[in-house]
Design a protein around this ligand. Sequence first.
Ligand SMILES: Cc1ncc(COP(=O)(O)O)c(C=O)c1O
Length: 433
Amino acid sequence: MNLTHISLPQQEIPTHWYNIAADLPADAPLPPPLHPGTKQPATAADLAAIFAEPIIEQEMSTQRRVKIPEEVRAIYALWRPTPLMRAVRLEGVLQTPAHIYYKYEGASPAGSHKPNSAVAQAFFNKLAGTRRLATETGAGQWGSSLAMATQMFGIECVVYMVKVSFHQKPYRKLLMQTWGATVHSSPSDHTHYGQRVLREHPDSPGSLGIAISEAIEDTVSTPNTKYALGSVLNHVCLHQTVIGEEAIKQMERAGEYPDVIIGCAGGGSNFAGIAFPFLERNLRDGATTRMLAVEPAACPSLTRGELRYDFGDTAETTPLMMMYTLGHDFVPPKIHAGGLRYHGMSPLVSHLKKLGLVEARAYEQREIFDAAVQFARTEGIVPAPESSHAVKAAIDEAIAAKAAGEKRVILFNLSGHGLMDMTAYEAYLSGLM
Ligand SMILES: Cc1ncc(COP(=O)(O)O)c(C=O)c1O
């Protein structure tokens, strides 16, 4: 029998996150974020209005390994290490010589990779004395993860949830409320910016860019409140590297090494999480694994966007970041992969793409659901619409390996399950997509 479930004991939960900023080529450092007013590099003091000090330190750090506090590891231990699975039934249906492995982040209580950073952010905010955190959420995965994490550390949580997802995914809202958070549909009338959007575009479906603007306005206008972002920024990518660090050990146990690593990319954090620790092997040990980020054709920042300084939000309140962007006022179509409806991309992932160290590909919505259903019918797990982008790319890579007659090893991140996304599956199965 082939091994299909490669687990690690709890003692093997990583002790450190990996910071790829330490290994960027010396002649190609990451361009710094700029202050939105002066257009000069943003300082720690500039960021202090919205972020707690330890978070800012991590955001700017170039230290290769950052210790994971024991309090964070203890909460990770509720579900980590997540399993590494081999999709032998899918391989069989595809009749491919490729071996397809996936890291299953849907095993967390919130159902995705997002708690890896939510727990860390809640912990460091607690340490810094933050009493309330404001955030945005697209599909609701990040909002529910932060709701759970803040509950565990006794911090209040308010979530601005993109309107289209608020209606498409009602159970996500209930999950956030179960974990004690307050949830607003964004654009909302709780902020001046939300009110303005509603006045100018009463039917706005919302976007992550708008919800971020609302959460930041809430942060700067409410005492004892800081802001938490679920993706894009360096510290979020850093926290997610527990995924790849575990996967390295699990691939060793499986006796294989990936030829290609795949992750879907909204703001870039789960892709970074699985790819960066392996990219360290490429950069320092001469490994040659390909890294593939996958995004929706409806919101193609990496494949069709421009690399330039842009705002992270619609109201132009965040620092400017050097990233692949579709423009901060871009409102993506109402695709079901709500977590991938972001106009920009992590500056780190953008930089690595520019340097040719990361590849990118975009897929249409229907084809990712074809792949998702094929995966569900062979492997059992129903993937989140976001994660289904990675599933589709893994299937295509396996088909390419078959065409080339090569036994390639494919590893992808199954960033979340889709059990709260069944209205999307309903649209697909009823032919309405
Ligand atoms: C299951 C899942 N995967 C992926 C993403 C995309 O985010 P990121 O690119 O930061 O991993 C989201 C965002 O909400 C998500 O919920």
